[in-house]
Design a protein around this ligand. Sequence first.
Ligand SMILES: Nc1ncnc2c1ncn2[C@@H]1O[C@H](COP(=O)(O)OP(=O)(O)OP(=O)(O)O)[C@@H](O)[C@H]1O
Length: 588
Amino acid sequence: MKQIATIYGINGPIVYVKGKTTFQMSEMVYVGNSKLVGEIISLNNDMTTIQVYEETSGMKPGEPVYSTGEQMSVKLGPGILNNIFDGIERPLKTIEEQVGQYITKTVQVEPLDTERKWPVHVTVQVGQEVMGGTIIAEVQETKTIVHKSMIPPHIEGKVVEVVPDGEYTITEPIVKVKQLDDTIIDIPLAQKWPIRIPRPVRRRHEGSVPLITGQRIIDTLFPITKGGTAAIPGGFGTGKTMMQHQIAKYSDADIIVYIGCGERGNEMTEVLEDFSELEDPKSGNSLMERTVLIANTSNMPVAAREASIYTGITLAEYYRDMGYDVAIMADSTSRWAEALRELSGRLEEMPAEEGFPAYLASRLATFYERAGLMQNLNETEGSVSVIGAVSPQGGDFSEPVTQNTKRFVRCFWGLDRGLANERHYPAVSWLNSYSLYVDDLSPWYRDHVSPDFINNRRQIMEILHQESSLMDIVKLIGSDVLPDDQKLTIEIARVIRLGYLQQDAFHQEDTNVPLAKQAKMMEVILHLYRQCRELISMGMPMSLLLESPIFSKIVTIKYDVRNDQLELLDQYIEEIDQFYNHIMATNA
Ligand SMILES: Nc1ncnc2c1ncn2[C@@H]1O[C@H](COP(=O)(O)OP(=O)(O)OP(=O)(O)O)[C@@H](O)[C@H]1O
């Protein structure tokens, strides 16, 4: 590390160096006597601008700036999972041990423990040709996940030496590779990668498998693919965080990267406590064993918040490269955009809409476009699914962050204030939300869940849309004037809303529902609809049908039938038929 400049001016997290320097764009630097981490964000002959990721108070002009010659990077290796980092990959537990609960500016910590020895199984042999992505060693990183250490991208050559299986730190060489130019390079378990550059892949595939979340409104109505993108916009307290937590807990991703971005500190504490206690439904181990948290709470420096989503997605890509399905959640991207706005303001850039910089859209794109189902360099297939919460001021979806996010995501799970006020949770609006993956996923649902799944989904959506138009009339002139078939639509829509779309995150059985049960529940509701329609077409009045308790019975299926008792659902079909026969027998 060499000093190559001195500080000329400081404005919050922005530091200026006067005159021509030899820094490179995006280079990571250490700023001031306390060596705070910074990044070069603009350069010209007169002035260099540095964004500093730690608190700059107390720093003075004249203090040194040190070059590293490297881009702003993260360390990738065993020890990432079951850990909690700040926005630039500093482990919060280690920081707390060193300086207590509040991060003071002089902490110098390694991102990953360099002393811990990991049990390593080497998977390459001397003489083997290797290239970027080749898996060289396996390490049981947590009880749930086997970490696969790889040759860093852009390195190619022949293995000339390997260590025997045994215990090694992340910095000790595991293999030596003779590169194409005959130089020999040591490859340890860990590698570095710049956070703003996507890790290379062989090719991108269209996703055709859903990320199953156990949340009915998502899996059935607005599904997301593994490798897909989704946004959860919603006003204050409409349930964004809850929904992100539910997906993090129950989705069938192998790895979860959870970024708490500008949210309250106690929300992150909740995640940590919850996830440590909760069991991963797949493995039975604690959820933290497959999770990494990045916490950049509202009281931490804004520049690190800006970096946190790129740090998160780089970690996600790294596990994808091992062949895992990764889901990354960012809560909330609005707080991230506010950090961008604050930094842009300090740089005196020309503000665009609502004070956000003109590059808001391109920055959002560089995040969401890193999602995808990929064929990795090592020919494994892995995916990164990105789910971002958006918290527009006053729940107004026309503001720039929501609108620009909409351009880059293919699922929009819009949370509705009215539904949240009625305590209809998850408050996802079935009228304003969409998923552009439904067609891509149809064959999968047909082959793996039920041949009728997509058709049933379409019918459910139709009933909900019809209800919405009918409600406009009802509001004007009341429901009494509606013909019976329309009254039936309204009643069945009520059953769908209460019995299917409402899902209680705090109910042991309802919190996470397998697709098979979702499919069966839909079948039951639509069977009731068809039988009632037939009765009405034969002249039976809706008031007569409503005397039966069958409607309320179907509403409570979600609580009454356990997730592992699906055979009971056939009895509901029989009961609907008995109800039909009874009406026919007594009123024909
Ligand atoms: N699926 C659900 N089941 C039961 N309750 C829910 C559900 N979703 C949300 N809630 C309730 O709504 C409350 C608010 O949710 P949450 O904190 O997720 O909102 P938010 O949109 O993230 O809020 P903020 O804007 O403050 O970040 C929760 O504390 C919970 O009581």
